[in-house]
Each structure stands twice: as structure tokens, then as C-alpha cells.
Ligand binder design. Structure first.
Ligand SMILES: Nc1ncnc2c1ncn2[C@@H]1O[C@H](COP(=O)(O)OP(=O)(O)OC[C@H]2O[C@@H]([n+]3cccc(C(=O)O)c3)[C@H](O)[C@@H]2O)[C@@H](O)[C@H]1O
Ligand SMILES: Nc1ncnc2c1ncn2[C@@H]1O[C@H](COP(=O)(O)OP(=O)(O)OP(=O)(O)O)[C@@H](O)[C@H]1O
Ligand SMILES: NC(=O)CC[C@H](N)C(=O)O
Length: 555
């Protein structure tokens, strides 16, 4: 009976649809695993096709290309080097599974289909995959491996079946999207449950990448049968980690390895925004990003994330003053660009405002100026930024935060123009905290400035859209502390008006916020994608009808 086993954990970046690049990454990881003396390399869920593949798996050509890639990698294991666990589609007659494949000795030695298909929140796996039976263990070089695919370990059934049928280790390959504190809040307590229920050690192997709205932060770990954490890999970084296992009596135990520190919540959010933006820009082959830099806090932190994620030379900031732009805003935008070391241009929108005024005057007749003229300024900026994006190929980074996306406090086809957002799931109160955090810390993996990112005044002055004289956000919205707490209750908590009033909020304010939230659904459907940070992001995580008769008054 074999006594020791070396398993290399490949916490790697995958790219949905890019099978050739994914296979190359797995091949390089296997070479590294061989160098480390590993018997087995484990790669994340759907590592061949990139997770989540969504409707790509409805394309027979994609499924066939994944199968070919798996067969080619399997053939390479004839070299006697490490076996490999990969994830990909398994066309099993009429059924299509999301599966784990063990490749060893030149062939596919075993396959196990995902049993629990997640179909809530951002997941729609029942739409594209068929569930497999609860799996039994897989023999590998004298050991019995309990291969599981992500959701399989979120419920007791699969690990119970595996332990009852003789598995010695629960080996889970994952595509588990980031939410703040998910590691501490959800994954560790769940792992403790599985380990206590089965008495088996547990391996959580995660991918680390951005894929459209989702970020996968890594933080792979190994938990021993005594519930001790033997390994914890860092967040937001690729790593190939060797884990060394030996038998202690009947049990397999992992030797103690490195446990990476868990970043504080603000550092996690910032890291997720960086990884989400970097992978979106790079995998979609943009040379960089362009954004409007107003001297305000949202565009300042968006520019900082972009400079940290991409490097300052790939970020282009444009100040677009109007007659309402204050001297403070001009100074703050310039100072911000200077601190970040990014390209900074100024384009005056005054002439376009005059031209639109003159063009529309005959149609508008004697109607007094109102929000129409305010929105025109925002739209002129949007058109200007899109022109720069078209001319130079830079993607427009849009800057709206979750408080604005919730209340519709943004102009459609104006400041909502853009390809991607880093603040879409970040409430304004968190934006303030992130700015203070960024000015005091340099994020891990930053390609940006090694000091502060914005002048202090950007954080301390009252937010204003500067679309008319002396305008302040708080003239039209409740104070952000109150607004965000109500929004969190309505969105993340799905609370009723009565529950929020019982929690101490003013009824009229709650009703007003509910109304704004409902009314802005049409805007959110047209908004660019952005990084998921909270347990309930806008987009597929929260699907409300636009035409919706369930109003605050009938709650
Ligand atoms: N259900 C629905 N389905 C489809 N379309 C719908 C609709 N309801 C209204 N609409 C249309 O939407 C239009 C109104 O939307 P829109 O044109 O965007 O304009 P609107 O929402 O009326 O105004 C923009 C708001 O954003 C604020 N803002 C603007 C710019 C920057 C900032 C900031 O500081 O971040 C804030 C501004 O102060 C104002 O409160 C209407 O013309 C209407 O036709
Ligand atoms: N004068 C300006 N120059 C350049 N861009 C601008 C200007 N005003 C607004 N924008 C762009 O439009 C976005 C929305 O801006 P606005 O100032 O209206 O509200 P905001 O949500 O408080 O944003 P910020 O805090 O960045 O000012 C800004 O983040 C910025 O990208
Ligand atoms: N890919 C999956 O099966 C992920 C589902 C799981 N509950 C998670 O969020 O981590």
C-alpha cells in the first residue's frame, strides 16, 4: 500500500472559450508539478473550457474541441509524470455533464460528473448541464480519491457517498465566484461540516481570474481531518502549490504548509476590482481604458483601480469642463492624474452645449431649462468619450456606483456610456472607505503608484454632479449612510417596508427609495457589466421585471 502522495494544486487563471490557451496553462502547470516531484496535478472546475462556459456548451463544436483537448492532455500523461485532474464537458450519450477527468498513464483513467448543479444567484447550470449520479471514489496510484465538482461539496450527500464508498480524501475542483469575505463566511464553515461529517481531509482548489461580471479570487485551501488548515493559497494570484500527504493509521493527513494571510474586506474588494478589470481588458484585447475624470470621488477611485490593474500608461483620463465646473474640480482632477501618473487631457464641452442649445431652441420653444439640459451635458461627455474610444481603441470605463445604479441617479446614454464598471456593485459609502484605504495602502500586485492615489479633498468634499450651479447629490438623494442602509435592506435583504421601518428608518424615505429602485430597473438593464462584490449584484443575481406592478405601496 502506497504511504505518501504529493498533490500539486494549480490555482490558475482560465479563460472561457480559449481552449488552446487553457491547455497551454495546464501543460505549463504540469511541467512545474513534475519539477516539484508531484504525483498528481489538480486544476480547477472546467479548466479546459474556462468557467463559467454558459451557452458555449450548447455548441457541439465547443464540446468536441474540449474533448479533443482532454484526449491530447491524457495522451501526454503516458510520459510517467504526474497524473492530472482537469474539468470540462462530458458528452455522455444524450447527457451533457460538467465533469472532472482524471488523466493518467496516457489515458482518461476516470470521469466523474457533477451531481449538484447550482441554479440560483448567478448560476444557471441546470439550463446547460445534466446532473450525474452521486460519484464513487477513483483509484489513483494506491489511493482512493473522492473527486467532486464545486457545488457537490456545498451539500452533504456527495461527500457522504464518497466516504461510505471508501474515499480517503475529498478533492474538490471549483469555480466559486468572489463575494466579500466568502472564504471566512461560507467556505471555511462548510468545509468544517464536510470534514466533521466524513472524517476525511478536504481540498478546495479554486481558479483565479476575472470572467465578465465574476471574479474568482483563488484562496484554495487544504483542511485536515482534525479541521486544521494545512494550506491556504493567496487571493488574486496564480500559484502552483505542492501538498504532501502521508497515512496516519487509516487516515490521509496533509503536512503543514503555508497559510496566506486573508486580506481585510476593503483590500479584498479592491483586489477583486483590479482582477476583474485587468482580465476583462486583457482578454478582450483592449490596449487600455479611457474615462472621464471629474475631480469627484467615483472617477478618482475608478482611475486608481485602472492604474493599479493595468499600469498608468494604459489609462487615459479626460477632464471635460463646462461653465458649471468649479476650480476645485479642475485642480482635483489634475492632481489625481498626476498622483496616478496617467495621461490627462482636457476637452471643453462648452461649445457642444451651445450648439445643442441652438439646435434644440426652435423645438423647445419657450420651455424653461430643466433636467433635459443637465442630461445633455452628461450625454455630450458620453459622446466625447466614445469618440476617443473609437479613435484610439481604448475601452470606456464607466464610473457609476451601486447607490446610483439602484436609484437611477445617472444619465442613460450619458455617464452610463461605457464597456465595463468597477463600482457597479459598490455602494457610495464603501466608495468613500475604499478611497481612504487606497490612499493609505498599496494593493498587492499593483502596477500603479506606490503612494496615495488622490488628493484628500476628493474624499472630503460633498459629492456633486456639477450639472447646474451649486448642485449637490444630497439635494436629490437621502444622505448616503441612510440611503445605502435602506438599499442594502431592500436589495441584499429583500426586506419589506414595515421591516425597515421597524429597524428605525423613516417610512417616507423607505417608500421613496423603494420607488427609485423599482423605477430604475430599465436603466440597469441597459447598464454595462461590472464586478460582482456583494451577495446580490445587479444583473443575473437579481432579476426583477422592468414592467412591475408590485410597488412599495403593496408591500
Ligand atoms: N420604464 C422605462 N423604460 C424605458 N425608458 C424609460 C422608462 N422610464 C423612463 N424611461 C425613459 O428614460 C428617460 C429618463 O432617463 P434619463 O434620460 O437618464 O434621465 P433622468 O433619469 O430623468 O435623469 C438623470 C438623473 O441622473 C442624475 N445624474 C445625472 C448625471 C450624473 C449624475 C451623477 O452625479 O452621477 C447624476 C440626474 O441628476 C438625474 O436625477 C426618459 O426620457 C424616459 O423616456
Ligand atoms: N467635468 C467632467 N469631466 C470629466 N468627466 C466628467 C465630468 N463630469 C462628469 N464626468 C464623468 O461622468 C461621471 C458622473 O459624474 P458626476 O460628476 O456627474 O457624478 P459622480 O457620480 O459623483 O462622479 P464623480 O464622483 O466621479 O464626480 C464621472 O464619474 C465622470 O466619469
Ligand atoms: N461552480 C459552482 O458550482 C459554484 C457554486 C457554489 N455554491 C459557489 O458559489 O461557490
Amino acid at each position: 500500500m502506497a504511504e505518501t502522495l504529493k498533490i500539486a494544486l494549480a490555482q490558475i487563471n482560465s479563460h472561457a472559450g480559449a481552449i488552446t490557451a487553457n491547455v497551454a496553462r495546464i501543460r505549463a502547470a504540469r511541467a512545474e508539478a513534475a519539477r516539484l516531484g508531484a504525483d498528481l496535478l489538480v486544476t480547477p472546475e472546467f479548466s479546459i473550457g474556462g468557467y463559467p462556459p454558459e451557452d458555449l456548451v450548447k455548441k457541439p463544436a465547443f464540446v468536441a474541441a474540449c474533448a479533443e483537448a482532454i484526449a491530447a492532455l491524457a495522451a501526454e500523461t503516458a510520459d510517467g509524470g504526474p497524473g492530472v485532474i482537469v474539468g470540462g464537458p462530458w458528452q455522455n450519450g444524450e447527457l451533457l455533464h460538467n465533469a472532472a477527468f482524471l488523466l493518467d498513464g496516457g489515458k482518461v483513467a476516470a470521469r466523474r460528473a457533477k451531481h449538484e448543479l447550482p441554479n440560483y444567484g448567478v448560476f444557471d447550470e441546470k439550463r446547460v448541464f445534466d446532473a450525474g449520479p452521486a460519484p464513487g471514489p477513483v483509484p489513483f496510484r494506491g489511493f482512493r480519491l473522492g473527486m467532486m465538482v464545486c457545488e457537490d461539496w456545498w451539500f452533504p450527500a456527495v461527500s457522504e457517498t464518497l466516504s461510505e464508498s471508501g474515499a480517503e480524501i475529498l478533492l474538490s475542483i471549483n469555480g466559486s465566484p468572489f463575494e466579500v469575505d466568502k472564504h471566512e463566511r461560507q467556505r471555511v464553515p462548510l468545509a468544517v461540516s464536510r470534514v466533521v461529517e466524513t472524517g476525511l481531509p478536504f481540498v478546495f482548489l479554486a481558479q483565479v481570474c476575472g470572467q465578465d461580471e465574476l471574479v474568482f479570487e483563488g484562496a484554495s485551501f487544504v483542511m485536515n481531518p482534525d479541521r486544521g488548515l494545512a494550506h491556504l493559497l493567496p487571493m488574486f494570484q496564480e500559484e502552483i502549490r505542492l501538498t504532501e500527504w502521508h497515512r496516519e493509521g487509516e487516515r490521509l493527513v496533509c503536512a503543514q504548509g503555508a497559510v496566506a494571510p486573508t486580506p481585510e474586506p476593503l483590500a479584498q474588494i479592491y483586489g477583486a476590482m483590479m482582477l476583474g478589470l485587468r482580465d476583462y481588458v486583457e482578454k478582450n484585447r483592449f490596449p487600455g481604458v479611457v474615462l472621464g475624470l471629474s475631480g469627484g470621488i467615483d472617477s478618482a477611485i475608478s482611475a486608481a483601480v485602472a492604474a493599479d490593474a493595468l499600469g498608468p500608461d494604459r489609462v487615459h483620463a479626460v477632464m471635460m469642463p463646462s461653465p458649471y465646473t468649479s476650480a476645485e474640480s479642475l485642480e482635483d482632477a489634475a492632481a489625481c492624474a498626476e498622483l496616478l501618473g496617467i495621461r490627462y487631457d482636457s476637452i471643453n464641452i462648452g461649445p457642444a452645449m451651445e450648439a445643442f442649445g441652438a439646435m434644440l431652441a426652435p423645438a423647445f420653444g419657450n420651455r424653461p431649462p430643466d433636467i433635459t439640459e443637465e442630461n445633455l451635458q452628461s450625454r455630450i461627455r458620453g459622446v466625447t468619450l466614445m469618440a476617443l474610444s473609437n479613435k484610439f481603441g481604448e475601452m470606456l470605463l464607466t464610473t457609476g456606483n451601486k447607490s446610483e445604479m439602484s436609484t437611477g441617479y445617472a444619465t442613460l446614454y450619458g455617464d452610463m456610456c461605457g464597456g465595463y464598471s468597477v463600482l457597479k456593485d459598490v455602494y457610495k459609502t464603501t466608495v468613500f472607505a475604499l478611497c481612504r484605504w487606497r490612499n493609505a495602502h498599496v494593493p498587492a500586485g499593483s502596477r500603479g503608484p506606490q503612494g496615495a492615489a488622490m488628493p484628500e479633498r476628493v474624499i472630503t468634499k460633498p459629492p456633486s454632479a456639477e450639472l447646474k450651479p451649486d448642485q449637490k447629490d444630497q439635494d436629490s438623494l437621502p444622505p448616503y449612510e441612510e440611503l445605502d442602509a435602506i438599499l442594502e435592506g431592500l436589495i441584499e435583504g429583500e426586506k419589506s417596508v414595515d421591516a425597515l421601518v421597524a429597524a428605525g428608518f423613516d417610512r417616507a424615505t423607505v417608500l421613496r427609495v423603494w420607488k427609485m429602485l423599482d423605477r430604475a430597473e430599465y436603466k440597469r438593464r441597459q447598464a454595462p457589466p461590472g464586478v460582482k462584490i456583494t451577495p446580490r449584484a445587479f444583473g443575473r443575481d437579481r432579476r426583477y421585471p422592468i414592467t412591475n406592478g408590485f410597488t412599495a405601496l403593496v408591500s
